[in-house]
Each structure stands twice: as structure tokens, then as C-alpha cells.
Design a protein around this ligand. Structure first.
Ligand code: RTP
Ligand code: MG
Length: 136
């Protein structure tokens, strides 16, 4: 059964020229890109996207970072796409992320960990609606 997930190449990934690398990994894995857009988020969209973290001490930094420059938003489709992309991304803390994953290969700081991927079907549906309303 196919599912969809919302993936972001965060502003650090775009600024560092990692868009091609991330997309190559997605395509090599066999996940299909069904929507893609380069854009800079406003604070309201960023807060809506990260609403689950609104009470966390790092929320302010998170919103500032994710709005700091252009990011690439995309929707991926494939069998167990949510779990498949989270496996490609590696764990949240890039120091602990396995080499061979996006975060394991490219990042050192938890706040600048290159990519986002939805963590559940409910999150994916909510996030896809925020980034690509009316598309799906
Ligand atoms: P994401 O939502 O970005 O895909 O990352 P995730 O599921 O692996 O991690 P999550 O717990 O949802 O956290 C969202 C983002 O917040 C930043 N973060 N900073 N300073 C901190 O302790 C801290 N903890 C999390 C990370 O950039 C993480 O990706
Ligand atoms: Mg998350």
C-alpha cells in the first residue's frame, strides 16, 4: 500500500548545496516525488508546521532557523514512505545518526539537521495540507 510523506530540505541543506544529494538518495531508494517547491516560510506557517513543539524551550530557535532562508518542500509517495524517508534521514541528533544516512553524513548539530520528514500518517496528512493545500 502506498502512502505519502512531507519532506523538507531545511535552509541549512539548501544553503550548503545539498539539494541534489538529498534528491538523489530519495530517487535511488525508489520514492516518488509527487510535489516539490522552493520557498521561504513565514513565521505563521513555521509555527503551524512545528505546533507540536510550541512549548519546548527550543521552539523560538526552531522557528527562526526554519524561516531563515529558502527550503525545499516536497511530497514523496511510495510503500511505507514515512518510515522509508525517516530511515534515509537518520536520527534527529546528527551525531548519533548512522553514517550512510542524510544526517549521519552531513550534519553535526541537532538544530541544523538538513531534512525533515513526517513522523506518522496523521502528521503527514496535516503537514501536506499546510504546504500543499488543495493539491492532494
Ligand atoms: P523533524 O521534525 O525536523 O523531521 O525532526 P525530528 O522529527 O527528527 O525531530 P523532532 O523531535 O520533531 O524535532 C524537530 C526539530 O527540532 C529541532 N530540535 N532541536 N535543541 C534541541 O534540543 C532540539 N531538539 C529538536 C531539530 O532540528 C529537529 O529536527
Ligand atoms: Mg518531527
Amino acid at each position: 500500500m502506498s502512502e505519502r510523506t512531507l519532506v523538507l530540505i531545511k535552509p541549512d541543506g539548501v544553503a550548503r548545496g545539498l539539494v541534489g544529494d538529498v534528491i538523489a538518495r530519495i530517487e535511488r531508494k525508489g520514492l516518488k516525488i509527487v510535489a516539490m517547491d522552493l520557498r521561504t516560510l513565514d513565521a505563521d506557517t513555521a509555527k503551524a508546521h512545528y505546533a507540536e513543539h510550541a512549548e519546548k524551550p527550543f521552539f523560538g530557535e526552531l522557528v527562526e532557523f526554519i524561516t531563515s532562508g529558502p527550503l525545499v518542500a516536497m511530497v514523496l509517495e511510495g510503500p511505507r514512505a514515512i518510515e522509508a524517508f525517516r530511515a534515509l534521514a537518520g536520527t534527529t541528533d546528527p551525531v548519533k545518526a548512522a553514517p550512510g544516512t542524510i544526517r549521519g553524513d552531513h550534519a553535526l548539530e541537532i538544530g541544523e539537521n538538513v531534512v525533515h520528514g513526517s513522523d506518522s500518517p496523521e502528521s503527514a496528512a496535516r503537514e501536506i495540507k499546510i504546504f500543499f493545500p488543495d493539491r492532494f
